[in-house]
Ligand binder design. Structure first.
Ligand code: ADP
Ligand code: ZN
Length: 513
């Protein structure tokens, strides 16, 4: 039987295993079920490719996306590995099945919905024994994970039909709950978990409220050399931002599902080849792209979860050189996410979804080290400060804003929880304008109760209250109480806000206060 290290040298041309790759490979070589949780870029593919080459039989790889499978097949074939994908998009399926039966394939990629069929099981029974079954993106099997796919649940009978074939579940993003769930769902023993470090020390994390986003992004592009990705929340947003960033003089392209596939493919190729391109994309972009020199990843809006944030920012700096991950967010991102959760998510998944959003709120709202929050989320115990995130480099001014928060909540309550932040600010500031007067809000006890120096805190306070679900915005911006409002009003909980650096322009514009 060929030895893993020899295959690493001869087939892949690498001199040594990285991180915990060899531990994972050793376990699989010994025929034991394993869950490997390793950050993006850690080299997960090798951990199933090498045992598949060393052990007799074909390695079966379950993978969720056709595009991802084809990328993997291409790069495996480039290394001289006999690989194939069995999907609806491959019209050489009969040929692949024949090769598989002859034992002439090292790696066979297949989607979970196909792998769980009886026909597929019969095909496996007629071929030589499998070398292993790899389950890529294994967090998809868990409802706790950020990307649950019911098809993954159907895999278990297939796995159990071949108890002696080692299963290797792989994921970059799984918190403690999700990890435990993957083990149970896929029948992997607890001691089969191999958890690699999540820290990406060369990535500098920064998170700011949106305040003139095109200008903020242009500044980031101007100060960061090399290729970068800007994640936009929508196709329209991607197009608009791409147009705005093209004005910076950097080559800029867009990538989203609304583009013609040929344009999309051309843009992706151009980006992979480029040394300075900015790609403005929806999150469809990036999976399976091997571009180690991405120097920045920016988010134009809130990602779906900390896991998604970690995975997306993880595309920066895979070569180990310094890189930047900058997230720009607004209170409306939280408002929209909360509305989606409360209206669209089924009962059973509500607690998980709420918790995920609260964890994100904790990350964006913290005045402490971003990396520490991230790593703690993944179950590590990091030092309190990393020295390479915005808050460590420029400790923000954190002020106690409990009193302002209570005034704002009272104003929302007294006005029957229907008005947006602009009107509530007018009421608190005591501005005697037409709307205030028509509604009779100048006669409320909250009219004019905010001190002049409190007014500048209202916006950050509103942001903080929405992030932690004390205030909820309807689709017109009208603010009402969320479950976290009462404890603040009753004085049981404090509210601190982090003040963004004050810009000169803002001071010139001046406030009505
Ligand atoms: P992941 O799937 O964990 O995100 P990949 O499997 O795509 O990571 O590997 C990331 C990059 O690292 C690839 O270019 C891969 O060839 C490279 N790589 C993997 N293992 C090693 C190693 N031991 N030495 C050098 N490069 C490696
Ligand atoms: Zn830090």
């Amino acid at each position: 039987m060929p030895q893993p290290l020899d295959v690493l040298h001869a087939t892949f041309g690498y001199s040594a295993f990285r991180g915990r790759q060899s531990e994972v490979i050793d376990r699989v070589m010994a025929g034991r079920h394993t869950l490997a949780v390793m950050p993006t870029g850690a080299g997960k593919s090798l951990t199933y490719q090498i045992p598949a080459l060393c052990r007799p039989g074909t390695g079966l790889v379950i993978s969720p996306l056709i595009a991802l499978m084809h990328d993997q097949v291409r790069s495996a074939e480039a290394a001289g590995i006999r690989a194939a994908a069995l999907t609806s998009a491959d019209d050489n399926r009969d040929e692949t099945i024949a090769r598989f039966r002859d034992g002439a394939i090292d790696l066979l990629y297949v989607a979970p919905e196909r792998a769980s069929t009886d026909g597929f099981r019969r095909m496996i029974d007629r071929a030589p024994p499998l070398a292993l079954i790899a389950i890529d993106e294994a967090h998809c099997v868990s409802e706790w994970g950020h990307d649950f796919r019911p098809d993954y649940r159907l895999l278990r009978p297939l796995l159990d039909a071949y108890p002696d074939v080692p299963r290797l579940a792989l994921t970059a993003t799984a918190d403690r709950h999700t990890r435990a769930d993957i083990l149970t769902q896929l029948g992997i023993p607890e001691d089969g978990l191999i958890l690699a470090g999540f820290d990406r020390p060369n990535i500098r994390y920064a998170i700011s409220p949106r305040d003139g986003l095109p200008r903020q992004l242009a500044a980031l592009v101007a100060e960061t050399e090399g290729p970068g990705i800007v994640y936009a929340p929508s196709r329209d947003g991607a197009e608009r931002l791409a147009a705005a960033l093209a004005a910076t003089g950097r080559p800029t392209r867009a990538y989203h599902a609304g583009l013609d596939p040929s344009v999309r493919a051309a843009n992706q190729r151009a980006f992979v080849a480029s040394e300075d391109m900015v790609m403005v994309a929806t999150i469809a972009f990036g999976m399976g792209i091997d571009k180690p020199d991405v120097r920045f990843v920016a988010h134009a809006g809130l990602p779906k979860s900390i896991e998604a944030y970690y995975q997306e920012t993880g595309r920066a700096g895979r070569d180990g050189d310094p890189a930047v991950a900058h997230l720009f967010w607004g209170a409306e991102d939280f408002a929209r996410a909360r509305r989606r959760i409360e209206t669209e998510v089924e009962e059973a998944r509500l607690p998980g979804e709420r918790q995920r959003l609260n964890a994100l709120a904790g990350l964006v709202e913290t005045a402490g080290c971003r990396r520490a929050v991230l790593l703690r989320h993944f179950g590590e115990t990091p030092p309190a400060a990393c020295g390479n995130c915005d808050n460590c480099l420029n400790p923000p001014a954190s002020v106690d804003a409990t009193e302002v928060a209570r005034k704002l909540l009272s104003a929302a309550f007294r006005t029957e929880m229907r008005y947006g932040i602009g009107h509530l600010t007018d009421v608190l500031a005591g501005r005697d304008n037409a709307k205030v007067r028509t509604l009779g809000h100048d006669r409320l006890s909250v009219f004019g109760i905010a001190e002049a120096d409190e007014l500048r805190l209202i916006k950050p306070v509103a942001r903080a209250l929405m992030a932690r679900d004390a205030l909820r915005a309807d689709e017109y911006g009208g603010l009402s109480f969320g479950p976290a409002a009462r404890p603040i009003l009753k004085g049981e909980e404090a509210v601190a806000v982090v003040l963004p650096p004050v810009r000169a322009k803002r001071q010139r514009r001046g406030g009505p206060a």
